[in-house]
Write a protein that binds this ligand. Structure first.
Ligand code: FAD
Length: 646
């Protein structure tokens, strides 16, 4: 499994982007320029890209379709249909039967099975929608940087930043499902390719309309004028949404597929598609999957999907030990600390198989491991990491305080030097699993004289000592084991247990929280998929008991959970080049939150029992813990979209 674009595919992407930048429309008036359009048409014909599908290379065709849509190319590429967007009033005229559309988009392929036709059409319209979203976001962020109101760029207003951040996140999720849909056409049997394409189309269709509406909103009055390109993006989106059906018919198809077939086809082990986007297992990965599947058959502890009942926490430690002892934990971490040094994408396989087997997800400790690997010296790593990875020593994270949550640097817990020790005094809150932890990663102030985030240091503090008092907190779903308050009153920690140097605490905290925002690090895909499978089973067992609204809620939960699986495939594939850490974790956190809360809504809608209510209530925490959704949107807006700060 490696879903990075190959070098050739990147070159194709660049070439398509250049072509449309040179000859595509830059203004609405350009859409009437027949000479420009015929030059674009001739240049596109000369590339041979219209024949890409003849080589059964849907991923390449999708790459070109996306770039052409981003630049609003107004000539036929995957069919003549998208030309219609330039003509006012034309978009609703294209509601022709799906079979005709398939002929338009797949022309030369008349005669292949209908499912395959439709899968191609859906995959390529998804690519078009992703391109439209990227173009609309580019247009709007550029405008938001320039346009001034109240003496400031509108892009510095948080309300505008959050609109654009949400648009970007929706586009990123769409990119992950669209890439998979294009791959599936080439690699999976037609019925499975169609199932993948339906998921992608439902997701992209909802996202694209919303993103293009945002583009109009960000442009204000100007966005409502004919001469602003924002409505051209919206028209193009509406066209591509209509083709092969938008949200409704594809959600219905998702539901039918999930109630009928196995939800996660992986394709044959891929020896032949080297150097190209590939979601299927290599022979080694397939062997690992088979070994894991065998083991899971006999070792399912039968616990809930984590964090939604105290029963999970009662059995979590032995589940961790079992996974570790069997060689299925810490797959990509160094062997020296108990890991297996496998490529990062093995975690995708682990999460998929845990979900399919209905076991709990893997314990979520990656953020601690990554933080200590990056900032701890050799002694700290050797002393603490093996215990974390094996599960023999349990940890909690003492960052938040009553008056320092989002503004973590405002924390007041002090660490004062006393001989070879530091003495800790302060009050931590919402500290997850503190009651069972052997160690706490404490962020404390060691220097009050410097700017607030420069005066922080990080320590590994033993929890079993006289200067520490635990006060359990009950969560809104009634759980008592999730988190608590921890009062430090003269607790001692050896100076050698400081991670990094004095004043390095902020850097460590940022590494830890950025990994804490990554579903690939946490293994949460398994958690959401497990719940979605269980809800699907309930509906499958008695379909007549559930109405249309409940079915829709379930279908969205399935679509969202699958989106996250595919998104994690993308992120962990990127890591095959080594971990680079940037603000993308905030995009992932927002996507993960969207999934958890969609699954929570489905549980509320379908479950109808105490456990389902608990799952729903717990899902509300996902937009708060690890940094709230508002803080993630701030980061996406300023660090990725480069919108100005006031
Ligand atoms: C289940 C759970 C587990 C947790 N586990 C841990 C743990 O193990 N260790 C730990 O240290 N902490 C933990 N936390 C705490 C968590 O990190 C904080 O709750 C979180 O960072 C938010 O801080 P706060 O609660 O003080 O909210 P506040 O920061 O007070 O925020 C309140 C509201 O104001 C908004 N807001 C605040 N600042 C801004 C801004 N600049 N722009 C826009 N909106 C803003 C927020 O988005 C939020 O909606 C956990 C929390 C939960 C719910």
């Amino acid at each position: 499994m490696d879903v990075r674009l190959s070098q050739e595919q990147r070159a194709l992407q660049d070439a398509a982007a250049r072509l449309v930048a040179d000859l595509g429309p830059r203004t609405v008036a350009d859409l009437d320029d027949a000479e420009r359009r015929s030059k674009l048409d001739a240049a596109l014909a000369a590339t041979g890209w219209r024949e890409l599908r003849n080589d059964a290379s849907t991923v390449e065709a999708a790459i070109v379709a996306e770039e052409l849509a981003r630049g609003l190319a107004d000539v036929s590429f995957i069919g003549p249909v998208l030309q219609l967007v330039a003509q006012p009033g034309a978009i609703r005229a294209i509601a022709r039967p799906v079979r005709d559309m398939a002929a338009d988009l797949t022309g030369a392929f008349a005669g292949i099975p209908a499912d395959a036709d439709i899968a191609v059409g859906l995959a390529l319209t998804c690519a078009d929608l992703v391109g439209v979203m990227r173009g609309a976001i580019d247009l709007s962020t550029a405008y938001a940087r320039d346009r001034k109101q109240y003496g400031a760029a509108i892009g510095s207003f948080q309300a505008v930043q959050h609109l654009l951040a949400d648009a970007f996140v929706a586009m990123e999720g769409s990119r992950s499902v669209a890439l998979h849909a294009a791959w599936a056409v080439d690699a999976l049997p037609p019925a499975d390719a169609l199932a993948a394409a339906a998921i992608a189309k439902a997701y992209c269709a909802r996202a694209a309309r919303s993103v293009c509406e945002t583009a109009i909103q960000v442009h204000g009055g100007i966005g409502n004028t004919w001469d602003c390109l924002a409505h051209v993006y919206l028209r193009r989106a509406l066209t591509a949404i209509d083709l092969f059906g938008g949200v409704g018919p594809n959600l219905d198809r998702v539901l039918t597929d999930f109630l009928r077939i196995s939800p996660t086809p992986h394709g044959k082990p891929a020896e032949s598609r080297e150097g190209s986007v590939d979601f299927s297992d290599s022979p080694d990965e397939a062997a690992f999957r088979a070994r894991l599947r065998d083991w899971l058959r006999d070792n399912n502890p039968g616990l809930p999907a984590s964090s939604t009942s105290d029963a999970y926490w009662a059995g979590q430690a032995s589940w961790h030990h079992a996974l570790f002892d069997a060689g299925f934990f810490g797959l990509s971490w160094p062997k020296a600390i108990g890991g297996h040094e496998l490529p990062s994408v093995y975690d995708v396989i682990l999460d998929e198989e845990l979900a399919t087997a209905g076991t709990p997800p893997r314990p979520s400790l990656g953020y601690l491991v990554q933080g200590i690997l990056e900032h701890g010296n050799a002694d700290i790593q050797a002393r603490f990491l093996p215990g974390i990875v094996s599960g023999q020593e349990r940890w909690c994270q003492g960052f938040s305080e009553p008056d320092a949550g989002s503004d973590l640097a405002a924390l007041r817990t002090r660490a004062e030097r006393d001989g070879d020790d530091f003495v800790i005094t302060g009050h931590k809150v919402w500290t997850s699993y503190s009651d069972v932890a052997d160690w706490c990663l404490v962020l404390a102030r060691t220097d009050a004289a410097v700017p607030k985030h420069k005066g922080l240091s990080a320590f590994v503090v033993a929890m079993d000592q006289p200067g520490i008092e635990q006060r359990p907190l009950k969560m809104i779903n009634g759980m008592t084991k999730e988190f608590g308050e921890v009062i430090f009153d003269g607790a001692r920690v050896p100076a050698s247990h400081m991670i990094g140097d004095p004043g390095d605490g902020w850097r460590l905290a940022m590494t830890v929280v950025s990994h804490e925002r990554e579903p690939g690090e946490l293994g949460y895909v398994a958690r959401y998929k497990k719940t979605a499978h269980e809800l699907t089973e309930s509906v499958r067992a008695n379909p007549a008991a559930y109405g249309a609204e409940q079915s829709r809620d379930l279908a969205w939960a399935i679509v969202e959970a699958e989106m996250l699986r595919l998104h994690v495939c993308r992120r962990l594939s990127d890591r095959l080049d080594g971990i680079t850490h940037g603000p993308e974790g905030s995009v992932d956190k927002l996507l993960m939150t969207q999934v958890e809360q969609a699954v929570g809504h489905a549980a509320l809608s379908i479950g109808g029992d105490e456990a389902s209510l608990s799952t729903y209530l717990y899902s509300r925490a996902q937009s708060v813990m690890g940094g709230t959704s508002q803080i993630q949107r701030n980061l996406v807006a300023t660090r990725i979209l480069k919108l100005p700060t006031k």
